[in-house]
Ligand binder design. Sequence first.
Ligand code: SAM
Length: 286
Amino acid sequence: MEPPRQKQAGGPLPPHPTLVDYYGSADDRPQFVRELFDATARGYDRIERGMALGWGRWYRREALRRAGLCEGLTVLDVAVGTGLVAREAARLAGDPRLVTGLDPSAGMLREARRQLLLPGVLGVAERLPFPDGSFDMVSLGYGLRHMSDLAVVFGEFARVLAPGGTLCVLELTRPASRAGRAILRVYLRGVVPVLARLRTRNREAAVLMRYFWDTVDACVPPQRILAALDGAGFEGVGWTLAIGIFSEYTARKPGPDRAPRRPPRKPERSNFFVRRMERQPPASRS
Ligand SMILES: C[S@@+](CC[C@H](N)C(=O)[O-])C[C@H]1O[C@@H](n2cnc3c(N)ncnc32)[C@H](O)[C@@H]1O
């Protein structure tokens, strides 16, 4: 059974403890992460295709669609990387100029701009360089584990969203079963680094994949993430888990709907692959 969701106690919420095998202290982490992504930016899409077996783009698009992205909405894609989420967001929004990408890695932004004519901004999620209420949706694909403080980041997301705007966060989750963890560990820490090194001839690609697994393994559990979203003032906080690994967190800033009125869609049912884990925010929120 799921442990009860706790209200955020306040204070910083790093997504995982300091990983001393990679960097000395929490203060050194942003530079380590930036250099790692700079060094792997050119081969990143090839690594991702190998890792997600070619399903990554489709999955990102469907997740954005499930979160309510539709034509005409403006999107801030935080941790844009090479633009894998932003490209799908641009397809759904109908115009790449509606999608702004943000990333601290200049190498990643260069790749994103090469592939899509979107406004790309150098910056970090902890201090978003945008006025309050600027976007209809904020998306974040597989970047949560690289940030310093989830409470600060979710506060920033709530600030730059317009009232009624939606947040869509995609992240890998440590499998609940020992067998699932063992399989994912061998795949991400063993198989993918070897393939990535062979395909990209980039030594850093293998480090990136090992770091991926270690951050997934050490990441705070989904209940802490849901509580942090509650704590940042979001409503309708929900969590969907696909094949026990791929988490989608969605939440809404209180206010009138941003999306145009459409006939109600049939609510998605849980099935063998996708489990809807949505729960109501705690009644005690003050
Ligand atoms: C795994 S890539 C994800 C790229 C893309 N969103 C995707 O779906 O594949 C993680 C990205 O997070 C970025 N990142 C790391 N720390 C960040 C921060 N504090 N704020 C915003 N982005 C950050 C990295 O530079 C990197 O481009």
